[in-house]
Each structure stands twice: as C-alpha cells, then as structure tokens.
Write a protein that binds this ligand. Structure first.
Ligand SMILES: [Fe+2]
Ligand SMILES: [Fe+2]
Length: 185
C-alpha cells in the first residue's frame, strides 16, 4: 500500500488525500463487519478518488486512452467522470486486476441498479468516513453497520435532493440505484 500513499499525495489535494485515508479506514471496518475482504476494501477505498483532481480535459483524454465510450448523457455529468477514469487508471496504470475493486470505484459516485455488497461498502464509506461533516452523517454512520441498504438509501436521497436543489443534471445510474433500493428498504 505504501506506494499508493505516495502516488495519492502527488495526485490529490491535501483534503482529498485525507478523505481517501478516511474512506480506506471506514471501508476496512465495514468489510470486516460484513465478512468481506478487508485488504481489498481498504485498497478500493484508498484509491477510489485517484483521478478526482484531474481537469475535465484530462478526463476526456483518459476516456480516449482507455477506449471508454462517452455519450452526451455522460458529458452532462462531469462530476462523475472520475469514477470511470479512476477505475480504469487503477486497472491499467496500477495493474490491479480485480473486478470487485474495479466495480466499486467505477460506481462509487452514482451506484447502479445491481450494486454488489462490496460496491455498497465503498459507496457508503465515501459518505460516512470520519472527515465528512454533513447533517445526519452520524445517523448514517451507525446505520451503515446495521442495515447497509438503508444507509445507502439515506445517502442517495441526500445526493438526489442536493442536486435537485441546485437544479443539477442527475445521471441515470443514480436513479437506477435509488429505484433498486426502494424495493428492499
Ligand atoms: Fe469520488
Ligand atoms: Fe470520495
């Protein structure tokens, strides 16, 4: 892991680096709680925002470099570029060939309609890591260890409401994850 700490220190702003350490720690605790691979969860948590501080043009360059298809819908949601480029960066540049880690990074911002347990762990760890200070985050912190789906549902509602208030475009995967959760919570 040491080489990843150095890499992230170079690639990320200090607050984003601290956030990544927090997600690593929280993802590890959640993985242990839910009987998942702790090391893998820590790796995905640590690296999930590896391309977060790239510019839009750098993301587009990575879309081309990694042969990632991008359509007009995706181009309307630049805030989620980093979940896609991050997943490919980890796979292609760091040679971490693990489908769980790839999927968890690939969907950590939006979710999708068939989220795995591992993907949900990284998704919610991103929200409840110790540096986060949103309203109701403490409720979500304890909920995540009791009912992961309910915690994800609380987080996704928070995300959707925030975007609606701002009048921002919401990518379809977010709605599909939200709708899938309405069936189980
Ligand atoms: Fe992110
Ligand atoms: Fe994050």
């Amino acid at each position: 892991m040491d080489e990843y700490f150095e890499l992230l220190k170079c690639r990320l702003l200090p607050e984003r680096y601290n956030h990544s350490l927090g997600v690593m720690e929280t993802a590890g605790k959640l993985a242990e709680h839910y009987g998942m691979d702790v090391k893998k969860a820590e790796t995905a948590g640590l690296l999930h925002d590896v391309t977060k501080n790239c510019s839009e043009s750098e993301h587009i360059e990575m879309f081309k470099k990694y042969n990632i298809e991008y359509d007009t819908e995706l181009l309307r949601a630049p805030k989620i570029f980093h979940q896609i480029t991050g997943a490919y960066f980890v796979k292609c540049e760091l040679h971490i060939n693990d489908p769980d880690i790839f999927g968890a990074i690939r969907y950590h911002a939006t979710g999708h309609k068939n989220m795995t347990l591992f993907e949900k762990i990284i998704y919610i760890a991103d929200f409840i890591e110790p540096e986060r200070d949103f309203a109701d985050v403490d409720t979500c912190r304890s909920l995540a260890f009791k009912d992961l789906d309910k915690a994800c549902f609380a987080y996704i509602k928070f995300c959707i409401e925030k975007n609606v208030k701002k009048g921002s475009y919401i990518y379809k995967d977010t709605f599909e994850f939200y709708n899938s959760l309405t069936e189980v919570v």
